[in-house]
Ligand binder design. Structure first.
Ligand SMILES: [Zn+2]
Length: 429
C-alpha cells in the first residue's frame, strides 16, 4: 500500500475522472431519492424535475435546496430512503434551537463513514501503531463514533475516554501513551492548561504527536497556541450530522485548506442571498450533496457555513478539491453597528496580543436599540503587566481587524467557564 495516502486511487484521481464518477453517483442518488421517498419526489415534482433531467453536474442546479428548517419539518425519519429495518445506526444533533437533526445509516453507509474517517485520520498522519484518545463526547452526537470507526479501520488503538473528567483524561493519556487526540479545539486548549497546572511536564510526560480538532470555528492563532502548548500538529476537519458527521473534509500536511472527500460529497459554494452558484475562489455558503448515502441522502443541503472553494492542485499530491478553513458559521454572525462580526475574528484579535490566554467570552447586549459587544479576557498566567494597558491593546487589535470599538475587560484567571465540548463563546445579555 502507498504510504502517503489511505486511498491513492481516489485521493489522486484526475479532476475530470472525479467529475465523471460524481455525475454517475449524482444520477443514482437523485433516482433513489425520487423513487423511494415521498417528500423528495414531491419536492422534485414541484420543481418540474425528473431524475432523467440530470445529464451533467451543472444540472444539479435544477434541484431545490434543502435547509435545516426543512429537515426539522420532516423530523425524525421523513427523508429516509430505505425501509426502516435497513437502518442500523442513528445519530442526532443537539437541537438547542429546535428539534434535533437525525442522521440514519445503513450498513453500507457505515462502511462509507468508516472509509472517509480513515481517510481523514490517515491524512493527519494517524497510522496503525497510533493510540487515539477519543475525547469527543460519546452519545447521540456523531463526533466520537465517527472517529472511533475511522481509527479502527486504520487499525489504530482507540481509547474511548469521551469528553470531560479532565484529570483522568490526562492520567490516561500519560499511562496509555496516547499519540493522537480527538476533541474540540477549546477542549484541547483547556486540557493543556490543566496539564500545566497539575505539574505535568508536557514534553516528557506525554507522547502526543497530533490532534484532530473540529466542531468549532477556531482561529489560526488558537490553532498555533494549541500546537505550541502541546508541541504537536493539529489538523482541522469538518463535517456535520446532516451530511454524515465528521469525515467531509480535512487538512493535509500543507495546512492550506481542507480536502473534501468529493467522491462521496459533492460541494457547491453559493451566494447566501441569491442562491447563485459561485466560482472557485469566491466566498459563499457551502452546499453539499451526499453522493453515496443510502438511508438519508442530503441533496443540496445548505450548511450556512461560509468558505471558499479551491480547485488548484495541492502540493501534497492530492487532487481532491479543497475549501478554506471556515470563515464562520452564518448562525454565529453578528451585526454590530452595521459591521458584520464573527466570533472567530475577535478570537484572532485577542490572541494576537501578547499576554492574553485562550479564555475569553463575548457579551452581546442591547444599548437602546443598538447591539453592542464587550469582551472578557483572561490574561496568560505568566502575565505581569498592567491590566488596563492589556485591555487597551486588545481593543486596538479588534479595532484594527473589524474597525469597531468594543469594550474589553480583563478578568481573573478562572473566571471564564471552561468547555469540554463545544465552547459557548457568545453570551447574550
Ligand atoms: Zn493537500
Amino acid at each position: 500500500m502507498n504510504e502517503k495516502y489511505w486511498n491513492p486511487k481516489i485521493e489522486t484521481m484526475k479532476l475530470d475522472e472525479l467529475k465523471k464518477l460524481q455525475l454517475e453517483r449524482l444520477k443514482a442518488v437523485i433516482k433513489r431519492a425520487y423513487e423511494n421517498n415521498e417528500v423528495y419526489r414531491r419536492r422534485f415534482k414541484d420543481a418540474g424535475l425528473k431524475p432523467e433531467d440530470i445529464k451533467t453536474l451543472d444540472d444539479i442546479q435544477k434541484v431545490p435546496f434543502l435547509t435545516k428548517d426543512e429537515l426539522r419539518k420532516y423530523y425524525p425519519f421523513g427523508l429516509v430512503c430505505v425501509p426502516m429495518d435497513e437502518v442500523v445506526e442513528l445519530h442526532a444533533s443537539s437541537g438547542t434551537t429546535g428539534k434535533p437533526v437525525v442522521g440514519t445509516y445503513t450498513k453500507n453507509d457505515l462502511e462509507v463513514w468508516s472509509e472517509v474517517m480513515a481517510r481523514i485520520m490517515y491524512t493527519a498522519g494517524i497510522r496503525k501503531k497510533d493510540r487515539f484518545q477519543n475525547a469527543f463526547g460519546y452519545g447521540l452526537f456523531t463526533g466520537a463514533h465517527g472517529f472511533e470507526k475511522g481509527a479502527q479501520k486504520i487499525g489504530a488503538l482507540v481509547i474511548p475516554t469521551s469528553s470531560g473528567n479532565t484529570l483522568r483524561q490526562l492520567q490516561l493519556m500519560k499511562d496509555f501513551e496516547t499519540t493522537a487526540l480527538g476533541c474540540t479545539p477549546s477542549y484541547a486548549a483547556y486540557m493543556a492548561e490543566v496539564a500545566e497546572k497539575e505539574g505535568y511536564d508536557i514534553e516528557k510526560d506525554f507522547k502526543l504527536k497530533v490532534a484532530m480538532c473540529g466542531a468549532e470555528a477556531w482561529s489560526d492563532e488558537m490553532k498555533r497556541k494549541i500546537e505550541e502548548k502541546w508541541g504537536i500538529s493539529t489538523f482541522d476537519n469538518y463535517g456535520l450530522t446532516e451530511i454524515i458527521g465528521p469525515g467531509v473534509s480535512v487538512e493535509c500536511e500543507e495546512h492550506d485548506g481542507l480536502h473534501i472527500n468529493a467522491d462521496h460529497f459533492y460541494v457547491e459554494v453559493i451566494d447566501p442571498k441569491t442562491g447563485e452558484v459561485l466560482e472557485p475562489g469566491e466566498k459563499g455558503e457551502l452546499v453539499f450533496t451526499t453522493l453515496t448515502k443510502e438511508a438519508f441522502p442530503s441533496i443540496r443541503f445548505r450548511t450556512k457555513d461560509l468558505s471558499i472553494l479551491i480547485e488548484d492542485e495541492c502540493s501534497c499530491g492530492r487532487t481532491l478539491p479543497r475549501h478554506v478553513r471556515l470563515l464562520g458559521r452564518a448562525d454565529d454572525m453578528m451585526k454590530v453597528r452595521g459591521v458584520i462580526v464573527f466570533p472567530k475574528q475577535i478570537e484572532e484579535a485577542i490572541m494576537k496580543v501578547e499576554g492574553t490566554s485562550e479564555n475569553y467570552q463575548i457579551i452581546k447586549y442591547k444599548s437602546g436599540v443598538m447591539t453592542q459587544l464587550k469582551v472578557k479576557v483572561e490574561p496568560d498566567p505568566g502575565f505581569k503587566g498592567d491590566k488596563n494597558d492589556l485591555a487597551k491593546r486588545i481593543q486596538d487589535q479588534i479595532y484594527g481587524i473589524l474597525n469597531l470599538k468594543v469594550g474589553v475587560e480583563i478578568v481573573n484567571i478562572g473566571d471564564i467557564p471552561r468547555s469540554t465540548g463545544k465552547a459557548k463563546r457568545v453570551i447574550e445579555e
